[in-house]
Design a protein around this ligand. Structure first.
Ligand SMILES: *[C@@H]1O[C@H](CO)[C@@H](O)[C@H](O)[C@H]1NC(C)=O
Ligand SMILES: *[C@@H]1O[C@H](CO)[C@@H](O)[C@H](O)[C@H]1NC(C)=O
Length: 374
């Protein structure tokens, strides 16, 4: 988002003539549009192709005809640990920051008219049901959903610098707030960070009065550790209940609630942070092995775009996941370890995990020199 914002800002000062002819903002911001799922969906939520970013690249009516690894579906379904979608680029080897507007849905389950996340791409996933939202944080071989290796990524949300959303026209629906089944609600406020082989995605309950605060979209430069703080671990697949996190950008210091202000990109890399985000406690975690969780992914035919070699890789990925997270029920132990153990969890993983759980201010210089600045 910030890169586009910078581009738009540059345009508005250096190309005034162009701007005069072509406007930027839609008549109605994406986050103000309401469509019932699935019957009320328009072919495209954004029809204003005359605006400066051009037209919506994909579509919102997604069905069996559109399903497959070249789907351009931009309607995201976000239900549960075995049934959610991430936003990923449409073509291989793309840098997130350059293609946020064109992201398409990559899902864990068939039936939504989308692409499927290739088998073995997800190597650890923690789903949280909190009072105000559902969220997922995890680890992924991002090249399998078309993100360039080494890309530190960026943020998708339904706002964007021009209020048309990233992806432009992207919609999100969930049955997690209504007891499941076909009772879908449109999620108005959500945010998704992906890059560095990790991701976090939060969908805020539209019935909650603070959905815009829990799913705040302005902290696009400080990643998952501050926007969706979690105790997710690579190799572990679990679904938990959780307490609400603090609103992104707020923290308590000496009993006083403080608000963080993200500096503008023009001031350079963010080298220090005044706080570490509190990891909310989780409980009633249920562990899974990835093969049972994502059974649909194993059955994706090679001609649907998932190569035979990728299923070979997945065998080892899911094997190691099973070793640490067999199908058992963990309760108290996971609740207590998640509140205090996040820093330790991050220690022996590579830099990517640091975006999920930053262990101390000392690493921030390293992190933020690379984080979301691409
Ligand atoms: C399936 O989705 C496509 C793309 O949005 C749309 O053009 C088509 O009408 C849909 N088919 C049905 C039967 O809804
Ligand atoms: C972490 O890595 C260090 C050195 O690479 C190793 O000595 C240590 O045993 C590892 N700790 C864990 C918990 O794997």
């Amino acid at each position: 988002m910030s890169k586009k914002l910078a581009a738009l800002a540059a345009l508005s000062t250096s190309a005034v003539g162009v701007m005069a002819q072509q406007s930027t903002f839609p008549a109605t911001p994406l986050a103000s549009k309401r469509f019932a799922y699935p019957t009320g969906l328009p072919y495209q939520a954004d029809t204003e192709s005359h605006l400066i970013r051009g037209g919506q690249s994909g579509y919102n009516i997604c069905n069996s005809t559109t399903a497959g690894q070249d789907s351009m579906c931009q309607t995201n379904i976000f239900n549960s640990i075995d049934d959610f979608c991430l936003w990923g680029p449409p073509e291989p080897n793309m840098v997130v920051g350059d293609h946020e507007g064109e992201m398409v849905a990559w899902c864990t389950k068939e039936g939504h008219g989308t692409r499927l996340i290739p088998e073995g791409a997800l190597t650890g996933v923690q789903w949280i049901r909190a009072p105000a939202y559902v969220s997922v944080v995890g680890f992924i071989d991002q090249t399998k959903i078309n993100i360039r290796a080494g890309d530190w990524g960026g943020e998708m949300d339904p706002h964007g610098a021009d209020l048309r959303g990233n992806p432009l026209g992207g919609l999100l629906y969930s049955n997690a707030f209504t007891g499941g089944g076909e009772n879908y609600v449109q999620v108005i406020e959500w945010h998704n960070f992906i890059g560095g082989n990790s991701f976090c995605f939060k969908a805020c309950d539209p019935a909650g009065s603070d959905d815009d605060k829990f799913c705040e979209h302005v902290f696009d430069r400080i990643g998952c550790a501050y926007n969706v703080p979690s105790a997710a671990r690579d190799g572990v697949f679990e679904s938990c209940e959780g307490e609400n996190q603090d609103f992104p950008g707020t923290y308590t210091l000496n009993g006083q609630v403080m608000t963080y202000t993200q500096p503008p990109e023009a001031l350079g890399a963010i080298s220090t942070m005044p706080y570490t985000a509190r990891v909310p406690a989780s409980s009633n975690c249920r562990s899974y092995d990835s093969t049972s969780l994502f059974a649909a992914l194993a059955t994706v035919r090679p001609d649907a775009g998932v190569s035979a070699s990728s299923s070979g890789v997945s065998a080892s990925a899911s094997g190691s996941a099973t070793g640490t997270a067999s199908s058992s029920r963990s309760t108290g132990a996971s609740a207590s370890s998640s509140a205090s153990g996040s820093a330790a969890n991050a220690q022996n993983t590579s830099n990517d995990a640091v975006t999920l759980a930053i262990s101390g201010v000392s690493v921030l210089g390293v992190v933020f020199s690379a984080l979301f600045l691409s």
